[in-house]
Ligand binder design. Structure first.
Ligand code: GLV
Ligand code: MN
Ligand code: MN
Length: 392
């Protein structure tokens, strides 16, 4: 039935290897950029090749159906976009495993009594517009397309994008397989596990303003240098996070504007990502950061401003669905994650679950992210078992 040459996880991942490779290391595949578009076209071809009917929704998400879409469906999938210089598994593993599991079920003669679908959710990493899980947030109405999509963006039609109850109502239950982004399963000595929940998470933009000037003719005492202030702000971020155990705070992007070797910058822009067990803790840590960063910037005579980006409350995955999956798998460990996922956004609307595959390095959002062939196979076997169970 399948016209896909090598319907295995490594076979399909291999087909994606050359798409969006970054010469600095890893893969860079921002949502709706050339590499992502190539991956999406690949998905349509592959899903069609195993006999699924692919439809795109108004928010850039792709749904490959086996059976007529309906409210008692079982949907599995993940994302194809990546962070800059990311690993090869964060996102694609969930899509590829879903295609292999569904392809195998079809080849085995399995007759589902509920519709099954493989999904690709758009721009999960938020590398494009700073909004994580863009496709699922637009779909569920968590963000306003006119507020988050720039005018003239040709990846999506801003006037048509946004809350889509018809599509949402066709997702009965959603299961996302993902490489683990930590060493929880290594410590538990288990190839796969189920997620309990996700940390609360927010993103902010910090701007430090100083005075642009000449690197040679401006005496040290006469400078209002926002880069020096930015160094102090980064230390303030670290200090605020360390003061509250379990909190994670990251400045992942720093841009000195205009950016010249012999130019004292006039402005520095920094990204801030903060996560903790609950939203209240995240907000309290960020309030402390804002206060100490303003003081730190002032030491260099600089201004400081903070602007909110995306926000995600803490997530607890559906305990009933998790128990059902646990039983289908004969008992596997359950563990939380600090990483965000579309399954977490969908969890506010329907029963969702996540299946993690062991990552020996524990590293993610970097090329060292990994999984052994045996564990990749254990992941797809588990997903196939779950789909068989949920769709019978
Ligand atoms: C996505 O992987 C995130 O947690 O930022
Ligand atoms: Mn990621
Ligand atoms: Mn991911």
């Amino acid at each position: 039935m399948s016209v896909v040459a090598d319907l295995t996880v490594l076979g399909l991942l291999g087909e994606l290897d050359d798409i969006g490779r970054d010469e600095r290391g890893g893969w860079t595949r921002p949502g709706f950029g050339p590499a992502d578009l190539q991956l999406r076209a690949w998905f349509v071809e592959c899903a069609t090749g195993i006999g699924l009917d692919v439809v795109a929704d108004r928010n850039g998400n792709l749904w490959a159906w086996w059976g007529a879409p309906g409210p008692d469906s079982v949907v599995t999938g993940s994302h194809l976009d990546s962070v800059p210089g990311g690993g090869r598994l964060d996102g694609p593993l969930g899509v590829v495993s879903a295609l292999v599991a569904v392809g195998r079920l079809r080849a085995s003669g399995f007759a589902p009594i509920r519709p099954l679908a493989v999904a690709v959710l758009a721009e999960e990493e938020g590398s494009r517009f700073g909004i994580a899980c863009l496709g699922s947030r637009l779909l569920t109405g968590a963000v306003d397309p006119l507020a988050v999509l720039p005018e003239g963006f040709d990846g999506l039609d801003r006037d048509r994008a946004g809350r889509d109850d018809a599509t949402l109502s066709r997702i009965g239950r959603f299961v996302e397989l993902h490489v683990e982004q930590g060493r929880g399963l290594v410590d538990l000595d288990a190839p796969v596990g189920l997620a309990t929940g996700i940390l609360a998470h927010g993103r902010w933009r910090l701007t430090i303003t100083g005075r642009g000037d000449h690197a040679g003719s401006t005496r040290m005492a006469d400078r209002t240098d926002p880069v020096v202030a930015a160094a102090r702000v980064v230390l303030a971020v670290e200090e605020a996070a360390l003061a509250v155990p379990g909190t994670r705070a990251t400045v992942g992007r720093i841009e000195a504007v205009p950016g010249g070797t012999n130019v004292i910058a006039s402005r520095v822009e920094l990204s801030l990502d903060v996560r903790a067990e609950d939203g209240g803790t995240v907000r309290a840590v960020v309030a402390r950061i804002a206060e100490s960063a303003a003081l730190a910037a002032a030491r260099n005579g600089c201004g400081f401003a903070i602007e909110a980006g995306s926000w995600s409350d803490e997530v607890v995955f559906d305990p009933t669905l998790r128990s059902q999956l646990d039983a289908a798998l004969g008992g596997v460990p359950a563990l939380p994650t600090g990483a965000g996922h579309d399954a977490g956004v969908l969890a506010a609307h329907l029963p969702t679950a996540m299946l993690f595959v062991r990552n020996p390095t524990g590293v993610s959002h970097a090329p060292e992210e990994d999984a052994s062939e045996a564990d990749l196979n254990a992941g797809v076997d588990a997903l196939e078992q779950i789909l068989r169970d949920l769709a019978s």
